[in-house]
Each structure stands twice: as C-alpha cells, then as structure tokens.
Design a protein around this ligand. Structure first.
Ligand code: HEM
Length: 142
C-alpha cells in the first residue's frame, strides 16, 4: 500500500510541476498581448483552465498523498533534517502557487502592469524549488 500511495504522490507531483512551469509561459505571452484583444481573451481561458483544472487539483492530490505517506504508515522519521527542508520547500512552492493565482486574477481583470520580462524571470522558480525537494527526498543529505 505504501508503494501505491508513493506512486500516486509522484504522479500528482508531475502534474503539479508541469502546470507550474507552463503557467508563467502563458503569462509571458499574455503580457505581450494588448488588453481586450482576442489573443488576450484566449490566454485568460487557457490560464483559468490550466489553474483550476490541473494545477490546483494536482497540488491538493500531492498534499493528500504526501500527508498520507507522512502520517499514515508511521515509517517516516521526523528527526531527520531533510524532512524539514522538504516541508519548508513544499510550503514555499504552495506559496508560489497562490502567488500565481493572484497574477491570474490580475490578468483576468485586465489589471496586469508587469512586463513580460518579469514573467520570464520567475519562470524557473518552481523548478529550482523542485530540484531542492528531489535532492532532499532522494539524496537525504542530512
Ligand atoms: C505537498 C506536500 C508534500 C508532502 C507532505 C510530502 C511527503 C512525502 C513523504 C512523507 C514521502 C515519503 C518519503 C520516503 O519514503 O522516504 C514523499 C516521497 C516523495 N516526494 Fe513528497 N511530499 C510533498 C510534496 C512533494 C513535492 C512538491 C515533490 C517534488 C517536487 C515531492 C517529491 C517526492 C518524491 C520524488 C518522493 C519519493 C522519494 C523516495 O522514494 O525516496 N513531494 N513525500
């Protein structure tokens, strides 16, 4: 059972991360499109479907299966440092998720004032956090 929950956890992580890496790309192109144009309205639909249909459900599933792994089987040792590095990192990743949600709302209401270069710059943030998490859980450096 533990292996099945872990497999579902990793599958959810893949969906969450895929969406978290794609959404800022949409913001880059959206920021370049004129507000009110057909292009901008299409980006609004794509962003909403990606966020509501994939990213948020995948995040909830990641948390559900992750907490199930952590507390459901009694085999995780909370005295190990990597566990806490992972905990801080997943909270940060969830914070970025919420931050992206606020950007999505700004675009939806035609309030975005940030240039496309800003969205290019933040594009890699979820990937950097994911690298830290994977090294923490696989290498368990401390
Ligand atoms: C959202 C909250 C999360 C919680 C509560 C959580 C919790 C856990 C727990 C308890 C394990 C089992 C550890 C073990 O068997 O040694 C695990 C495994 C794993 N987690 Fe998470 N996790 C979360 C999010 C994430 C994220 C965001 C990623 C990647 C970006 C991730 C990647 C992994 C991987 C790759 C494994 C398998 C490690 C192995 O088999 O050795 N987790 N997670």
């Amino acid at each position: 059972m533990y292996e099945w929950v872990k497999a579902l956890h990793v599958i959810s992580v893949i969906a969450w991360m895929a969406g978290m890496m794609y959404l800022p790309r949409l913001f880059v192109y959206h920021a370049e499109a004129a507000a009110g144009s057909d292009k901008a309205e299409t980006f609004k639909i794509m962003e909403r479907r990606l966020y509501r249909g994939i990213i948020t459900p995948a995040m909830l599933a990641t948390w559900l299966f992750g907490l199930w792994l952590a507390f459901g089987f009694g085999i995780v040792d909370f005295s190990q440092g990597w566990m806490w590095l992972k905990a801080v990192s997943v909270i940060a990743l969830s914070g970025v998720h919420g931050w992206y949600g606020s950007m999505l709302r700004a675009f939806r209401e035609d309030r975005n004032t940030r240039p496309h270069t800003f969205y290019r710059a933040i594009n890699e943030v979820p990937f950097v956090i994911a690298i830290v998490i994977v090294i923490a859980v696989i290498v368990k450096p401390f």
